[in-house]
Ligand binder design. Sequence first.
Ligand SMILES: C[S@@+](CC[C@H](N)C(=O)[O-])C[C@H]1O[C@@H](n2cnc3c(N)ncnc32)[C@H](O)[C@@H]1O
Length: 428
Amino acid sequence: MIFNVCTIFPGIFKHLFSKGVLSKALEKGVISLNPVDLREFCEDKHEKTDDYQYGGGVGLVMKPEPIHRCVSSLAERGRVILLDPVGERFTQRAAERLSGYPALTFICGRYEGVDERVRELAADEAISVGDFILTGGEFAAAMIIDAVARLLPGVLGDSESLSEESFCGGLEYPHYTRPSEYMGLGVPEVLLGGNAAEIARWRENESLKRTAAYRADLFPAELVKKADENLKSALYNATRAAKGRKLKVALALMHYPMRDKQGDTVCSSITNMDLHDISRTAATFGAERFFVVTPIASQAAIAERVVSHWLKGWGSTYNSNRSEAFAKTEICASLGEAIACAEEIWGEKPFIAATSAKETGNISCRVLGNLAEKKPVLLLFGTGWGFHPSVLELADFILEPICGVGDFNHLSVRSAAALILERMTRAG
Ligand SMILES: C[S@@+](CC[C@H](N)C(=O)[O-])C[C@H]1O[C@@H](n2cnc3c(N)ncnc32)[C@H](O)[C@@H]1O
């Protein structure tokens, strides 16, 4: 397999693979490394590969022409990869996919990155090696070359297995070598006993435990079935322990100003189910308040009556956790009143995020959740046939809709509130 690397620093690759299995693979010709100097593709006498960016701002940008010419000059370029923090995240699966090409060509950025047109003109895909910024794409290319090359037949020795590694399911089990005791630390008995079946079972369980502890997101469902009963409960607890994060968030259920089917501005009715279920959702996800917004005094009185039944009346003795759920429910005459109340709680004006099944949305639940870790956010939930445009105008964000699998998308506001809060509070 050929690895071409388009770079202004080809020297970086001189000794990079001069040791270990990759050096042997290079010697045997299983892989070949071809660093190409981008400066050779400059047509000016100063061999300028970068320039100031249009629109101003600090930092230089790599010019498109030398990169485009360099890539075009390669006889065997295979798949062309732009190393870019904005690209698709590199994973073991991506390494497996890339190992199927006869050649890979890497475009290494420096400074602020490469001119955007390179993406379209010269690259087949863009890859990021992680959520951090490197000084140059050479280090990202080196990582990918290493991960891809070791998958090629003839690169690893027979003693090194590709099938039992981390990311081929869960994370790998722990390894030990001699001595059997070091600094007071021993080796698990089972590994010294020589019973192959027991060792295999122990390794499988250790792999499951580690995956549950460190990377529950990788947890392979088929492995859960194989786990023994003790481990099953440990796994269950590990998953349960993965609670959501506490956010600065409040909810407002808007009954006015709303639209009806005909597009007229209306005030919708309070419903008992919304009061109960959204209060419970708000309490479950640690929301600071649940505001119920209606300007109609008789409607507000119904809501007040329900809330006080569970907070102070017979309901509070019948079901104390329902009173806990209603403790943060507040009836407001207007959205302005709810915003003012939220501002008083947090000492700063909250960001307003309207939720909608219809709008395209300009922020995801995950990103809004990240924001709400630091800044207060008031989530607006609609009733009737959607918000009056004046509400949307007030909003700083429109949250992405919760999408189903088909065209039918008519969740109750109670369900939508629960799904949105679950998505927002999930770390990430
Ligand atoms: C300093 S970085 C530019 C960062 C860019 N201004 C940004 O904020 O996204 C210079 C070059 O290093 C490479 N690079 C940096 N971090 C990377 C990452 N996480 N994955 C892949 N390449 C990366 C890219 O080739 C990039 O063009």
